[in-house]
Design a protein around this ligand. Structure first.
Ligand code: GAL
Ligand code: CA
Length: 349
């Protein structure tokens, strides 16, 4: 009897035009919108969370996003890509775990003839070196964030040298919180923030440099260690992103900074997260560099939707591709004076 019922049910299902209606797949209710497969390197990342939300908003009415958390595991991401391809998505948007895995992912997409947009983590050799025509990158120009951060630090240092140069030697004794090793943004920010200062004639002395993989909690630990080791010798904290800057600020507070007795430490980040803007407002962060989530998330969706609809990838957009097949959304230096620019880019205005 049970079997009979099951069989009848299956038959009813088979008779319905869409098999999807039988397995409870809600995406089938989205009309004719193309499905786009998305993998984010890990959901537990401040900036990528804002970018992910920006993508969801940008996709409304244009595409259904099948979103996946790659949980910082490239093997897992490879499996997710296989699954999305088997499901027949019309385009892929991939935020790699390991930037070096770009050719592997591209090979899968190419074999299935599914167009591919990489975001946020750029293949270090350049997207033009990947053997797949229907493949582009949407992100930024990594050096730019380091150069802008260096310029921001230089003008703040010149204006506040009397207070900030604690040992009066004219040089900046700094600690550097680096992002993920091998990540193009982390490498470029670490190098260019300092070389920009040095090119302007500002001398620097590195007391500590270590990766905290973009992570607040790890940065908090590192800062605690550095404070224990160098104490007041530290004149500045330079972080590759705001998440790590925020972790450092927490450690500084515990060590008595930003309190009533006026003990201060200039801390610089990148991303212009809303949480960082609050810290700038409170005088606990000196500056940051806008990494535009609405711009990058919007561009990624626009290009993927064009691909999914069989159009030319840049059709009906204002974006351009450079000679490495990359769309580069500009960075902007942010201080107390122009926070509105960052608020708009995070959809807060
Ligand atoms: C960077 C961003 C970091 C982190 C990283 C992830 O562009 O500044 O905060 O999100 O991407 O790949
Ligand atoms: Ca000094």
């Amino acid at each position: 009897m049970k079997m009979k019922k099951l069989f009848a049910g299956l038959l009813a299902c088979a008779m319905m035009a869409s098999l999807a209606a039988c397995n409870g797949n809600t995406e089938s209710t989205s009309g004719d919108l193309p499905e786009i497969g998305v993998c984010i390197y890990k959901y537990d990342d401040n900036f990528m969370t804002y970018t992910r939300q920006a993508m969801e908003t940008a996709a409304e009415g244009k595409a259904v996003l099948n979103m996946n958390d790659s949980a910082n595991d490239q093997a897992k991401q490879n499996d997710q890509v296989d699954t999305l391809i088997n499901k027949g998505v019309k385009a892929l948007v991939i935020n790699l775990v390991d930037p070096e895995a770009a050719p592997t992912i591209a090979e899968k997409a190419k074999a299935a003839n599914i167009p591919l947009v990489f975001i946020n983590k750029e293949y270090p050799d350049g997207t033009d070196k990947i053997d797949y025509d229907n493949c582009v990158y949407v992100g930024t120009r990594s050096e730019e964030s380091g150069i802008i951060q260096g310029e921001l630090i230089a003008s703040a240092w010149e204006a506040n040298k009397a207070d900030w140069d604690k040992n009066g030697d004219g040089k900046i004794q700094y600690v550097m919180l680096k992002g993920e090793e091998g990540h193009p943004d982390a490498e470029a920010r670490t190098t260019y923030s300092i070389s920009t200062l040095n090119d302007k004639g500002i001398e620097t002395i590195e007391l500590g440099l270590q990766s905290a993989t973009w992570d607040s909690a790890l940065a908090n630990n590192l800062m605690e260690t550095w404070l224990g080791k160098f104490g007041d010798e530290i004149e500045m904290v330079i972080a590759n992103n705001d998440g790590m800057a925020m972790g450092a600020i927490e450690a500084l507070k515990v060590a008595g900074y930003f309190g009533d007795d006026g003990k201060y430490m200039p801390v610089f980040g990148v991303d212009a997260l809303p949480e960082a803007l609050d810290l700038i407002n409170a005088g606990e962060m000196a500056g940051t560099v806008l990494n535009d989530p609405l711009g990058q998330g919007g561009a990624a969706v626009d290009l993927a939707v064009n691909y999914a609809n069989g159009k030319e990838v840049l059709a009906d957009t204002d974006w351009t591709l450079d000679d490495t097949k990359a769309v580069r959304v500009p960075y902007v230096g942010i201080t107390l004076d122009n926070m509105d620019v960052a608020k708009t880019a995070y959809g807060l205005n």
